[in-house]
Every structure is written in structure tokens, then in C-alpha cells.
Design a protein around this ligand. Structure first.
Ligand code: GLN
Length: 193
């Protein structure tokens, strides 16, 4: 396989830790801040952070339509936490001006596990992994509905926290914070480039 160039959307949020893991797995990694950089990547990570801010910055940097277009053309994408929110079909409590790219047919509630809980950790059984993954959730989105095209790869108390639809993977948690590269590795290995 040709070494893939994986972009990490770097407008805001937790992009550096993703880039470090992807590099350690042998991917060429590029921080993406412009539509020109986006045009050159084979796959993209949309990191955690603040989905409202990321949505606004995508708009300001004229990347929203290029990103929609590349995703419509099948760009393999991995969205974590705020990235999951951005890639969802519906944000039940989004800001009115916040964009949902509609790449995965899920409805999410931002901070849906409760602001007072803020963050928690959970050992997840993940489809395709033979031992639990210790996942870190930080003001995580709660998936309320997932459509028939969505494959649920892990759940917490019956709520999906890792989902795939076609080329797009989304997690409510931060896999880059666990000192465990198996989810990134599984994603990289699944890229059909
Ligand atoms: N709650 C944040 C949002 O609405 C996401 C938090 C995170 O990415 N850790 O975007």
C-alpha cells in the first residue's frame, strides 16, 4: 500500500495528539487549515474541541463547501467528539448557525451526558478489538438516534459511542488520549487507498 497522507483538521481543538499517533503508525500527516491542503489529503481526522467554533472557523476559512464536496466524493474521515458532532446529520441542541455535515446518519446532543459530569472514562468492547478500549469522554455528545446505514461499533449503557457509515468513522470519546493506538490503527488499516 502507498503510504497515505492523512490530514488532521487543525483549525481548533485536539489535533496535535491525533497527528502524533498517526505519524507513529507510519502515515504522512498534514495539519489542514486551508482548502488547498484539504485537496491533497487521502483521509481526514476531524478532532475534538468545540463544534460551534470549528463550524464557524470552517465557514470563515472557506472550507465548509470543499469539505462537504470531498466527503460527498467519499473522503475517508474519522471524527472524534466535536468532530462527531460536525459530521452528524442532526444536532438536537446545536446553535442555529452551526453546521452539521450529515455524513453519518445520527442525531447528537452536545454535552448530552450532562455538563455536571463533564468527563468520564469507560472500558469499551469495540467490534474488531479483542480486549476492551479504555475510553476518555470529555463533554461528549450523546447519540440519540442512529439510522439503518450506521454500524454501531461500541456503546455505553446502550448508547452508541463509536459508529461507522461507509467511509466515515465517528467516536463520542477521545481515542487520542488513551495511550492506546488500536482505534487509529484499525482506521488506518481500513483505508482502502
Ligand atoms: N461539547 C463539545 C462541543 O459541543 C465537544 C467536546 C469535545 O470535543 N471534547 O463541540
Amino acid at each position: 500500500m502507498v503510504t497515505p497522507t492523512v490530514g488532521v483538521l487543525a483549525l481548533q481543538g485536539a489535533f496535535a495528539a491525533h497527528a502524533a499517533i498517526l505519524e507513529s503508525l507510519g502515515a504522512n500527516t498534514v495539519e489542514v487549515r486551508t482548502s488547498e491542503q484539504l485537496a491533497d489529503v487521502d483521509a481526514l481526522v476531524v478532532p475534538g474541541g468545540e463544534s460551534t467554533t470549528m463550524s464557524m472557523l470552517l465557514e470563515r476559512s472557506a472550507m465548509l463547501e470543499p469539505l462537504r464536496q470531498r466527503m460527498a466524493d467519499g473522503l475517508p474521515t474519522f471524527g472524534t467528539c466535536a468532530g462527531m458532532i460536525l459530521l452528524a446529520t442532526e444536532i438536537s441542541d446545536g446553535r442555529p448557525d452551526q453546521h452539521a455535515l450529515g455524513a453519518v446518519d445520527i442525531s447528537v446532543t452536545r454535552n448530552g451526558y450532562g455538563r455536571q459530569i463533564d468527563s468520564f472514562e469507560s472500558d469499551l468492547d469495540v467490534v474488531g478489538l479483542d480486549a476492551p478500549f479504555h475510553a476518555v469522554f470529555i463533554r461528549a455528545p450523546l447519540v440519540g438516534r442512529s439510522g439503518p446505514a450506521v454500524e454501531v461499533l461500541a456503546s455505553v449503557d446502550g448508547d452508541p459511542v463509536l459508529c461507522r457509515q461507509g467511509n466515515v468513522l465517528v467516536s463520542a470519546f477521545h481515542p487520542e488520549l488513551s495511550d492506546d493506538d488500536r482505534i487509529h490503527r484499525q482506521w488506518i488499516e481500513s483505508l482502502d487507498l
